[in-house]
Design a protein around this ligand. Sequence first.
Ligand code: F6R
Length: 262
Amino acid sequence: MEIVILPDGAAVGAAAAARIAAVVQRKPEAVLGLATGSSPLGAYAALADLVARGEVDLSRTSAFALDEYVGVPPESPLSYAATIAHDATGPLGLDPARVRTPDGNAADLEAACSAYEAAIAAAGGVDVQLLGIGANGHIGFNEPTSSFASRTRIKTLAPRTREDNARFFGGDLDAVPMHCITQGLGTILDARQLLLVAQGESKAAAVAAAVEGPLTAMVPGSALQLHRTAVVLLDEAAASKLTLADYYRFTYANKPAWQRVD
Ligand code: F6R
């Protein structure tokens, strides 16, 4: 795992964008894994700048979102389908026809989960998966005790997640859906590269547990330890509970030029 501690959230976003751009420059038809929420916004903004400057073209790139609420219609601005369209598809110049989110309104949700897995496989798998992490250690909406082998499925959101996400629902906890469809940890681990971004002190404990703690279903983010190419981009606050922070800084400062992409 590569852990990079950067001065602030803007630097985290720029570093994530550079890494995604490097993948797409090598492979214009790459498949991106997209996250919603606050964490990836800096990465999307920085990537949109690279697109606007003509440094990378995402028009042939496909994308799959990590998750979707159950029962929120896609036309609602609160749906992850709408959020991805607003935060990523439009600004990044992705072709909307190549961007998918799980169907949280399907009559048969289990079939929708299987169809999502099949669509990812048919696209050739995800090349680079952008991830945030919840304060309770979740990635995607794989809440604590999710199986490391899990695939796309229906989950019940943890109380902490619903509280954290109430801010998107005008602070109304009752309005936050109870269920979601999320890619499983096994699905996420199948991506060729994982790119987790975290900013702020509220993520510090979850980041430390995921990166330096034991591999445990109680901290779904610890699944990154099983991946061969996982990169964790942190601002100082999100890195503040890491035991080996100085080692990560030393490693990054002494990284050979041929290994750098940012
Ligand atoms: C979103 C997702 C979640 C979020 C996590 C952090 O698609 O899968 O794992 O990344 O809840 O959310 P923010 O970034 O809003 O703090």
